[in-house]
Design a protein around this ligand. Structure first.
Ligand SMILES: C[S@@+](CC[C@H](N)C(=O)[O-])C[C@H]1O[C@@H](n2cnc3c(N)ncnc32)[C@H](O)[C@@H]1O
Length: 292
């Protein structure tokens, strides 16, 4: 359920053109209660595991000096920082997050940080590139939010969405498979119990055209990885935070969690941790063109 009360938000670096009253909206974001240091580390692991592919996808838009970019759910800020180098001092990079604690180290004048919720976000500005990674899977009514964000695209601008499909997760080697797959089922059940869709990423390409967006290119990556890999470390960190919620589904116990985490730390283990689907979109489209 979404509950709301009105309150003003302070912009970390003031934007003259922003005059928005944000509301506090109770979103079901599952990592809110993580300890600060642990959450910063978890966000940095995400960046280590996925920035390379994200940068390649964004670079394919032809991004360059003077471009205006919006990063939704900026996390620990590595993509914000990188975008600011690409667009230079005459460009603009706006980073939105409900929690800007991990963005305080960014000081480039072209970076503007806004603390607030997507649900209440509006800006008198249009962007060449808007990017979000692993954000909409955590929100209710995501397509409504995506359509709202899509309106901030310039004509010909690109909206890049990278979202997971956790239903593709599967442990391969028998040593960890039993507990590991129980944890995977509990993870999916936790999302569903919260009214969220664990397969959000795979279903995006079907839904986006119904919400005023044309898919220009589409790409999926299945994260088949060994233990100790960056993806395995991300999933270990997330599992440590979410273990109680998994246990509450009734599908796993503490021993399953211990075994799963042991598997993520065993360099001989192999698992499909999940998949990431990237959609590059523009406004008002009609056909889907698979990239490869
Ligand atoms: C899983 S993290 C991903 C961070 C970053 N995009 C990355 O991939 O490295 C999701 C981020 O989105 C933010 N977020 C989630 N829902 C949000 C909302 N409704 N409004 C604003 N920020 C939100 C969270 O605070 C968090 O920083």
């Amino acid at each position: 359920m979404i509950a709301s009360t009105t309150q003003s938000y302070v912009f970390a670096q003031p934007l003259n053109f922003v005059r928005t009253q944000f509301k506090i909206i109770m979103t079901p974001y599952i990592f809110t209660e993580n300890e600060q240091d642990q959450e910063f580390r978890r966000l940095q692991l995400l960046e280590q595991a996925f920035d390379e592919k994200t940068k390649e996808t964004i670079q394919n838009t032809g991004i360059g000096l003077g471009w205006k970019c919006l990063e939704i759910g900026a996390g620990a800020g590595s993509i914000l920082q990188w975008l600011s180098e690409l667009v230079g001092p005459n460009g603009l990079v706006v980073g939105l997050d409900k929690n800007t604690t991990y963005l305080q180290h960014l000081h480039e004048p072209q970076i503007k940080i806004i603390e607030g919720l997507i649900q209440e976000f509006d800006l008198d500005e249009q962007f060449d590139v808007i990017h979000a990674r692993y954000v909409f899977v955590h929100n209710l009514d995501s397509y409504k939010l995506i359509a709202q964000i899509g309106k901030l695209l310039k004509p010909g601008g690109r909206l890049i969405l990278e979202e997971p499909d956790f239903t593709t997760a599967r442990w391969i080697d028998p040593q960890y498979a039993e507990s590991g797959n129980r944890v995977n089922r509990a993870m999916n059940a936790m999302f569903r119990n919260m009214g969220l869709n664990p397969a959000f990423g795979s279903e995006m390409p079907v839904e986006l055209p119904r919400h005023g967006l044309e898919i220009v290119s589409l790409h999926g990556d299945m994260h088949l990885c060994k233990g100790t890999s960056p993806v395995a470390q991300v999933m270990a960190a997330s599992t440590k935070v979410l273990q109680q919620r998994y246990i509450e589904t009734g599908m796993v116990d503490e021993q399953d969690i211990v075994k799963y985490i042991e598997g993520t730390d065993d360099s001989r283990s192999l698992a499909i941790y999940y998949s990431t689907i990237s959609c590059v979109c523009q406004k008002n489209a009609e056909q889907v063109i698979p990239e490869r």
